[in-house]
Write a protein that binds this ligand. Structure first.
Ligand code: COA
Length: 150
């Protein structure tokens, strides 16, 4: 499968914003409520999508403090039908290139320890596990923190 997407910055007023909230609810392991999304401080977060015309193939939410050289990945989600197709990797690579242009030099994230698909994906992208945080999530699940320099 060869799908060419385009990296787009999404604001809460963008048409794709509600599609992303729906995708989060249905496809993300720990989705946020609409109220959670509406509380985001957009001066410190960037929502990026990988779009094929008007269709959201993937999205990622990054925590970004202006002038800080580290970006925090809060969410990444790829449409079920295009997982394993290379779309996630293209999205990742374009996102990292974009972050580098903003002055970002390192990335980190937390991922649930039994989300092996995501962990494998992050390892393929060059992230390394820093440590395991016991009972990180409210239901007691452990998380791995992963990081990389870019
Ligand atoms: C995480 C995500 C973005 C990765 O994108 P993807 O297209 O699925 O990733 P890829 O298929 O390129 O890579 C995943 C790797 O894990 C492997 N894998 C698939 N299912 C697996 C499983 N159950 N256990 C372990 N490995 C698995 C794949 O084979 C692949 O490795 P390979 O390329 O060596 O074959 C995507 O799966 C997703 O949106 N998941 C739901 C949301 C999510 O969990 N986000 C991360 C939260 S921190």
């Amino acid at each position: 499968m060869n799908i060419t997407g385009k990296l787009i910055h999404i604001s809460p007023s963008s048409a794709a914003f509600s599609d992303i909230l729906k995708m989060d609810l249905v496809l993300f392991p720990r989705p946020w409520s609409r109220a959670d999304w509406l509380e985001i401080d957009w001066d410190h977060h960037k929502l990026m999508a990988w779009m094929l015309n008007d269709r959201v193939l993937a999205f990622a939410l990054w925590g970004r403090v202006p002038l800080d050289e580290t970006a925090h990945l809060l969410k990444i989600c790829v449409e079920t039908g295009v997982r394993g197709s290379g779309v996630s990797h293209d999205f990742w690579q374009n996102s990292v290139d974009w972050l580098k242009l903003q002055g970002v030099k390192s990335l980190y994230l937390e991922v649930e320890s039994h989300n092996l698909r995501a962990i494998n994906f992050y390892q393929k992208c060059g992230l390394k596990t820093l440590r395991v945080i016991k009972s990180y999530y409210s239901d007691g699940a452990d998380a791995q923190t992963m990081q990389m320099t870019v």
